[in-house]
Design a protein around this ligand. Structure first.
Ligand code: ACO
Length: 275
């Protein structure tokens, strides 16, 4: 099998003004995740993670779909014929890039332009923020073909939805529309399809103005504290801020404080300081 390479076939990206616009690129297959896509996506994410010209990553889909979940042919059926070793290999590849994305060094935004099913809840949850089009549809379709929502999908439903909604969503196999997903908290906002990209652009433009080290510490903090007791969270946050200080945090904070207290050129309550 030839080496999967970035920017090839199943994953596309372009970098525009500090934003990496990455897309699932199997529109004919509704961007379902094949082993090849999973391998290529990890390579692309790794390539972009430490580039100086990338400040924010947006994950979207080519065509009418964000991602129709796992590829039932290549990810499941063909692996199952080959045996458990292949099944596990495919799981590791998929879960691997979702985990990498969950703990990405840079802020990530899911721009959900269409279908989002099953396995796609992994990358959906992995992205820090999520915006969808009103005509997007979200579904745990697993129950419709007699499996359970694996690959983290049950966990994502339980994390993002309240208990009754998560149960209903997982058991009924009915889709949520974009506005329903937004109302239930699965995404930040749902927008008319022709406004989606503009809104995401607006959001990433705000993110680009923030201190990148502070953003990274913040997004990791919010994810970490979800699973901590109050006391552990408090302690973790002290340590994380102290670590941030070693990443240039003292200087940036001194500068920001000076702009507020001495120069009176900005107010932290109303926007970011001038880097
Ligand atoms: N796995 C494999 N092939 C897929 C998948 C998938 N998850 N999703 C779409 N495709 C393929 C179709 O088989 C079809 O292939 P073909 O052109 O060779 O016939 C092609 O993509 C286009 O799909 P259509 O069904 O024709 O597209 P349509 O726009 O009518 O419907 C929809 C889109 C609703 C997304 C439909 O394709 C579908 O139900 N897909 C499966 C969604 C799903 O349940 N995913 C699995 C979730 S569970 C999990 O991820 C573990």
């Amino acid at each position: 099998q030839p080496d999967p390479r970035p920017q090839e076939e199943t994953v596309k990206y372009e970098i525009v003004d500090g934003v990496a616009w990455v897309s699932f690129n199997r529109p004919d297959k509704r961007n379902c995740m094949s082993p090849k896509l999973n391998k290529q996506m990890l390579i692309v994410l790794e390539e972009l993670e430490f580039r100086d010209d990338v400040q924010v990553l947006v994950l979207t889909g080519e065509g009418t779909s964000w991602s129709a979940g796992m590829d039932l042919l290549e990810y499941f059926r063909e692996a199952e014929v080959q045996g458990l070793h292949k099944v596990r290999e495919h799981q590791r590849q998929a879960y691997g890039w979702w985990e990498r994305l969950r703990w990405y060094e840079k802020p990530t935004v899911a721009m959900i332009n269409g279908w989002c099913f099953g396995g796609a809840y992994g990358p959906l949850f992995a992205c820090d923020l999520a915006f969808c089009s009103d005509d997007a549809q979200f579904g745990l379709s697993e129950i419709n073909w007699a499996i359970l929502p694996g690959g983290g999908a049950s966990k994502v439903a339980a994390e993002l939805l309240n208990f009754r909604d998560a149960m209903y969503h997982a058991m009924m196999g009915e889709n949520l529309t974009g506005p329903e997903a937004a109302a239930k908290g699965m995404v930040n906002e749902s927008l008319p399809a022709d406004k989606l990209k503009d809104r995401v652009q607006e959001v990433v433009d705000v993110l680009k103005k923030k201190d990148s080290q502070a953003l990274r510490a913040t997004k990791w903090a919010v994810r970490r504290v979800r699973e901590m007791t109050y006391d552990n969270a408090e302690d973790y946050l002290i340590r994380a801020q102290e670590a941030l200080n070693d990443f240039g945090g003292w200087e940036t904070r001194k500068e920001a404080t000076k702009q507020f207290l001495d120069e009176k050129t900005f107010k932290p309550g109303l926007g970011a300081f001038d880097k």
